[in-house]
Write a protein that binds this ligand. Structure first.
Ligand code: GLN
Length: 251
């Protein structure tokens, strides 16, 4: 009897392991769902409107889910938890204004890109930092685990202060705890608009591209998403979503 019970237990464990693998070809973690990991502190790509996560990534992912016949479920987490969530099979996709980097490619697969982006430098008006080259030796606020964080590590003599949320770095700039913030251009524009006395330097720090992260094993899902993305680009739907959140004159 004991043996039978333990055999049944092993059987149940095997079933649940398969159930939460989420990396099987073309399948998703939960049947009928597309689970998106994101960090909803990144306007206009993902942010809260009431208790709902909205933004460019939320809408593009919803459009992709619809094409795949799946229901989108958004999970909000720290930015540096997103890749792990995809590799461990908790989420199907990471859609978070995520820049494609060679380092991240070691852990996740990326879909085709859907936006070009850049890191910019925010300073207080009148700052002696006039170009990214002036960041040498300065105290810089970044968002933990982002490309801003990674690339600022190469600046000579700079002290890097890491925050979980981009706007926390901006608050620190307001209170002179840091002398500059390096962050993605579109959220930078939103933060500068919301805060008096800040400006974005005209020279960009980096040029980058955003894509959706998928479990490396799940090549079929990458292909399905790429097909959906191509259709959304072709039909103009993708541009429409971007235009809804980024006005042309703010470019
Ligand atoms: N584009 C940046 C990165 O990929 C920041 C993304 C974010 O903070 N959501 O690291």
């Amino acid at each position: 009897m004991k043996k039978l019970v333990s055999l049944m237990l092993i059987g149940a464990m095997a079933v649940s392991l398969v159930g939460c693998g989420g990396s099987k070809k073309g399948e998703t973690v939960q049947e009928g769902k597309l689970i998106m990991a994101t960090n909803a502190e990144f306007p206009p790509y993902e942010f809260y409107e009431g208790d709902k996560v909205v933004g460019i990534d939320a809408e593009i992912s919803a459009a992709i889910a619809e094409k795949l016949g799946l229901e989108l479920q958004i999970e909000d987490m720290a930015f540096d938890a997103i890749v792990t969530s995809v590799t461990s099979g908790k989420a199907d996709i990471g859609a978070a204004g995520m820049t494609v980097t060679e380092d991240r490619k070691k852990n996740v697969a990326f879909t085709d890109t859907y936006a070009t982006a850049s890191q910019v430098v925010i300073v207080k008006e009148g700052s002696d930092i006039k170009t990214p080259d002036d960041l040498t030796g300065k105290t810089i606020g970044v968002q933990l685990g982002t490309t801003g964080d990674i690339y600022c590590g190469d600046i000579e003599g700079a002290t890097i202060e890491r925050y979980n949320k981009g706007f926390e770095a901006v608050q620190s700039l307001q209170t002179d705890k840091v002398e500059a913030v390096v962050i993605d251009e579109q959220p930078a524009k939103v933060f500068v608009e919301q805060n008096e006395g800040l400006q974005i330097l005209p020279d960009k720090f980096t040029e980058e591209e955003y894509a959706i992260a998928v479990n490396k094993e799940n090549t079929a899902l990458v292909e399905k998403i790429n097909t959906a993305l191509a259709e959304l680009k072709e039909s103009g739907e993708l541009d429409k979503i971007v235009d809804k959140y980024i006005s042309a004159d703010a470019e």
